[in-house]
Design a protein around this ligand. Structure first.
Ligand code: IPE
Ligand code: IPE
Ligand code: MG
Length: 242
């Protein structure tokens, strides 16, 4: 008899492969990004159904500004469009949106859209959806250190963590990267210290419920040791929540 898998509390995803998905179909890269929004909607629903509490996705990195100008402006427009189209349903589905990343460099319209989407979903409790946009792990660590220094506060692991963009959620249990690359590309450098890593060859638009279940099953079979020995983990009494 197979036991049901251990569902991660917090899943984080580097949603990579949109451009290749489009290019393989002789479509413009932006068509792949549009399909990526559909894939995110499907993934968020699947996470709600499976009892995942936090989903964090990498949507636009600090380094993605270096792409061709038309792709960057297309991604900004797509964000504004996706907000207008998706927020009412996310609101109804119990999803709470957070945008993590620098606001500098974004247009006033986009910044306003992010704030409105966060406010419209602030009462929701079923799934926290963190969208890392104009985000880099190095940016996050540096801005947290600068904020502490400006307030004259000591820099410790706890104070840095509290000043970072993901302070409102526990660290990710599982980090998935789609698209076949095996690198972190400046995502959650601090928070992924003890995350289980899972790499999928599927391009992000093709990452469906079955692919998510495969990732959860792989996570379920890992032994998380947090620096201890396997014997210590196996002999520890099961932790009681709360
Ligand atoms: C990820 O897909 C989305 C963003 C980085 C905005 P890519 O656009 O990187 O897709 P590939 O890697 O070129 O296929
Ligand atoms: C990482 O993908 C960023 C996002 C998915 C938003 P990239 O496509 O930018 O990563 P690299 O350049 O291949 O490392
Ligand atoms: Mg890529």
């Amino acid at each position: 008899m197979s036991s049901s898998p251990v569902v991660p509390h917090h899943i984080a995803i580097v949603m990579d492969g949109n451009g290749r998905w489009a290019t393989r179909r002789f479509l413009p890269r932006l068509a792949g990004h549009k399909q990526g929004v559909d894939s995110l909607r499907r993934c968020a629903r699947a996470c709600v159904q499976r009892g995942v509490s936090v989903l964090t996705v990498f949507a636009f990195s600090s380094e993605n500004w270096n792409r061709p100008a038309d792709e960057v402006s297309g991604l900004m427009e797509l964000l504004a469009m996706a907000l207008a189209r998706e927020v009412p349903q996310l609101r109804a589905d119990g999803v709470r949106l957070h945008f993590v990343g620098a606001r500098t460099g974004l247009s006033a319209k986009v910044v306003e859209g992010l704030a409105q989407a966060e406010a419209a979903t602030a009462h929701n409790t079923r799934l926290v959806l963190n969208v890392c946009f104009n985000y880099g792990g190095r940016w996050d660590i540096a801005q947290a250190a600068a904020a502490l220094a400006a307030r004259g506060e000591p820099i410790t692991e706890a104070s840095l963590h509290a000043a970072m963009g993901m302070a409102h959620v526990p660290d990710p249990d599982l980090v998935i990267r789609t698209g076949g690359e095996m690198r972190i590309s400046n995502f959650l450098l601090w928070q992924a210290a003890y995350s289980e890593l899972y790499f999928s060859d599927r391009l992000w638009p093709d990452f469906d419920e079955a692919a998510l279940d495969e990732a959860i099953a792989a996570f379920s079979s890992r032994e998380r040791r947090f620096g201890k020995t396997s014997e210590q983990i196996l002999s520890a009494p099961a932790s009681v929540p709360g």
